[in-house]
Design a protein around this ligand. Structure first.
Ligand code: SF4
Length: 362
């Protein structure tokens, strides 16, 4: 596998740089019409059932009124919330209408009949929703919710790759801007990357921008992969040493890793797959003790539905995903902000790349 590219995995835009790491930090309290009364507690009890293993009664006092307000606003505005697996449990289980990984959410964005889509995820995901639902209003609760992978490569970089490798198709992971997608032939996600690379029927492809996903795919295919030097700032922090130490400390532990992790982590794991595949693995195998080597909110979301499984949690948070909160989701719906738009010329080209993926992975 060849590795190209000049950008550091940690190259973040100035706006991304200032992201907060605190999962439940709140800048200010939004004004909602409700407070936590005994009547509201009773009314919201079925929703609390979904998260009672991972949300404390004290936290629920704060969450319940705003969850109720959001769910009412969704009906009023004919809106849906697409919640990524890395959202915190009160968002994922209590206001999310469709939940999943990037591919699952992109498919929901394409088929929804709602007027408004609120993306509880990061900016490139909201752009993907807009590409697939150009006539809908797509809102992102915090426009600064970026991604270290998306900011590791620019459209100019892709044009330079195209010139350096004439005739070699360019597959981009969905974790890129619409402008980058527009320069590529087809997109992929971590759940379908091998299938997409092989669907092209060529001996060599460029797979950008995640060098670790590319390395993982290279172990699964005979197609020669040329990779870019981007990395996910959350997954690249895990190490094989850390995995071995956890295995020693926790006898019987199953290690399940995301393919954005470095190869030594993947080699030390019992299973590797996309977030959707990781969830499926836990729900099917029901291990006594497991560690999900990915963004740590996902373990809380799966734990809410699998109380019989013990989760070991090395807590690596994505500062960009953690910009999304119940408060800014509520304000997004209330004030119709922040609307995501994509230049029509860019959108047409980028949409083709995403639609090719959706067709190839149908
Ligand atoms: S977890 Fe990694 S790939 Fe996902 S949004 Fe955060 S920085 Fe990007």
């Amino acid at each position: 596998m060849e590795l190209v590219g000049a950008h550091s995995a940690h190259t973040l835009s100035a706006s991304e740089d200032v992201a907060s790491c605190a999962p439940r930090a709140r800048a200010k309290e939004p004004v909602t019409p409700y407070t936590f009364t005994p009547a509201l507690k009773r009314e919201m009890a079925p929703l609390y059932e979904r998260v009672k293993h991972v949300v404390t009664p004290m936290e629920w006092v704060h969450y319940a009124p705003i969850v109720k307000a959001i769910n009412e606003l969704k009906v009023k505005r004919n809106a849906v919330i697409l919640a990524h697996n890395y959202m915190t449990p009160e968002i994922f289980h209590c206001v999310g209408d469709f939940k999943g990984d990037s591919l699952q959410l992109a498919k929901e964005a394409a088929r929804t009949e709602a007027d408004v889509i609120v993306q509880a995820g990061v900016h490139f995901m909201a752009e993907t929703s807009k590409l697939l639902s150009p006539d809908k209003t797509v809102l992102i609760p915090d426009p600064l919710a970026g991604c270290s992978l998306a900011s590791s490569i620019t459209p100019e970089d892709v044009r330079a790759l195209r010139a350096a490798y004439p005739g070699v198709p360019i597959v981009t992971y969905v974790n890129t801007s619409a402008a980058v997608k527009a320069e590529c032939d087809i997109t992929c996600t971590s759940s379908n990357a091998v299938k997409i690379v092989e669907s092209l029927g060529v001996p060599r492809v460029l797979l950008i921008p995640d060098q670790y996903l590319a390395k993982y795919v290279q172990t699964k295919t005979k197609v020669e992969i040329i990779a870019w030097k981007g990395a996910c700032e959350v997954h690249e922090r895990f190490t094989g040493e850390e995995m071995n130490a956890m295995r020693e400390a926790e006898p019987g532990l199953k290690i399940i890793a995301h393919p954005e992790c470095p190869p030594d982590v993947i080699n030390a794991s019992d299973f590797t797959g996309s977030t959707a595949a990781m969830i499926d693995w836990v729900k099917t195998k029901r291990p006594a003790k497991v560690v999900l080597v990915t963004e740590c909110s996902m373990a809380s979301n799966v734990a809410a539905e699998a109380p019989d499984v013990e989760f070991v949690r090395p807590c690596n948070l994505c500062p960009h995903m953690k910009r999304i909160s119940l408060e800014n989701i509520y304000e997004a719906l209330l004030y119709n902000r922040y609307e995501v738009t994509v230049d029509p010329v860019v959108a047409e080209k980028a949409r083709r790349a995403v639609e090719r993926m959706v067709e190839a992975s149908a």
